[in-house]
Design a protein around this ligand. Structure first.
Ligand code: NAP
Length: 255
C-alpha cells in the first residue's frame, strides 16, 4: 500500500477504512475483510464505540501489527491533559494493541486551554503510546495557533469530497506540511451521482467511487471511505494504481 511520509517521518497509508457506523460483528467482519484485501489503515474514534470490535479483528488477522496503521480520536469533552493521557492508554487496551499510530483531537473545544491536549500528545509520544498526533475539523485559524507554538501536528482530518472542497485550508496544510485526511470522501455516496463524476467514470472505465477516491489521493491526501459491503471494500481498494489527467482533476475541482 502506497503511503505518505508525515512531518515526523512516520508513514501513513493513503487509503484507510472509515468505521463510523460500523458496530458489533459487522465491524469485526468488515475490518477483517479489509485487511485480507490489502487495506493497512483503519480509522476509528472513541465516539464510534467500536474499538473492541476492531480489536477482535486485529487479533484474528494474519497481518502483523507493525504493518497496520491505526488512527483514533479523543472527543472534545476529554481534552484536559491528564484525561487525554488516560484516554490514549484506554484506547490501546480496548484495541488490544501497545501503541496508536495516530491520535487526533476529534473537534476543537474553545473551552479548554488549547495547549492541554497537545502537551499530552508530546508526553504520549515520549512514552511510546502514540507514534504521531494531529487534529480533526480544524480550520486555518485554529490550526495556525497550534503550529505557531511548534506543536508537531501531522494530520488534519476534515470533510473533503467533490462537493466539499476547502481549497484555502488545503493550501494552508500543504504549505505547513500537514497531511489532510479526507473524511466522508464519497459525500456519503451522494457525490457518486454528479454528472462530471459519471462522465469521468465512463471515460476511464472505472466506477464513480474510484474516480472520486483517485481524485483525493491524487491531491496528496489520505482518504478513508467507509464500506460495510465486500463489493464496496474491493471497489474502493482498486481506486489505487492509476491516475486521472490533470484537466479531469481540474474539472472535479471546479464543481
Ligand atoms: P463515506 O465514506 O463518504 O460514505 C459511506 C457510504 O458510502 C456507505 O453508505 C457505504 O456503503 C457507501 N459506499 C462505500 N463505498 C462505496 C462504493 N464503492 N460505491 C457506492 N457506495 C459506496 O461516509 P462516512 O462514513 O461519513 O465517512 C468515511 C469515514 O470518515 C467515517 O467512517 C469515519 O471513519 C470518518 N469520519 C470522520 C469524521 C470526523 O469528524 N473526523 C466525521 C465523519 C466521518 P456500505 O457501508 O453499505 O458499503
Amino acid at each position: 500500500m502506497e503511503s505518505i511520509k508525515l512531518n515526523n517521518s512516520v508513514s501513513i497509508p493513503i487509503l484507510g477504512l472509515g468505521t463510523w457506523n460500523l458496530r458489533g460483528d459487522e465491524c469485526t467482519r468488515a475490518v477483517n475483510e479489509a485487511l485480507a484485501i490489502g487495506y493497512r489503515h483503519i480509522d476509528t474514534a472513541e465516539f464510534y464505540r467500536n474499538h473492541k470490535e476492531i480489536g477482535k479483528a486485529l487479533k484474528k488477522t494474519n497481518v502483523k501489527r507493525e504493518d497496520i496503521f491505526i488512527t483514533t480520536k479523543v472527543p472534545p469533552y476529554k481534552l484536559r491533559k491528564k484525561t487525554v493521557i488516560a484516554s490514549a492508554k484506554k484506547y490501546c487496551k480496548e484495541l488490544g494493541i501497545d501503541y496508536l499510530d495516530l491520535l487526533l483531537i476529534h473537534w476543537p473545544n474553545p473551552m479548554i486551554r488549547f495547549e492541554d491536549p497537545l502537551e499530552a500528545f508530546e508526553e504520549l509520544l515520549k512514552e511510546g503510546v502514540i507514534r504521531s498526533y494531529g487534529v480533526s475539523n480544524y480550520g486555518v485559524k485554529t490550526l495556525k495557533r497550534e503550529l505557531d507554538k511548534n506543536f508537531k501536528v501531522s494530520v488534519n482530518q476534515v470533510e473533503f469530497h467533490p462537493t466539499k472542497n476547502p481549497k484555502e485550508l488545503k493550501e494552508f496544510c500543504d504549505k505547513n506540511n500537514v497531511v489532510i485526511t479526507a473524511y466522508t470522501p464519497l459525500g456519503k455516496g451522494n457525490d457518486l451521482n454528479l454528472d462530471i463524476i459519471k462522465r469521468l467514470a465512463k471515460k476511464y472505465e472505472k466506477s464513480e467511487a474510484q474516480v472520486i477516491l483517485n481524485w483525493e489521493i491524487g491531491k496528496g491526501m489520505v482518504t478513508i471511505p467507509k464500506a460495510a459491503q465486500r463489493k464496496h471494500l474491493l471497489e474502493n481498494f482498486n481506486a489505487l494504481g492509476w491516475k486521472l489527467d490533470k484537466k479531469d482533476i481540474e474539472s472535479i475541482d471546479s464543481i
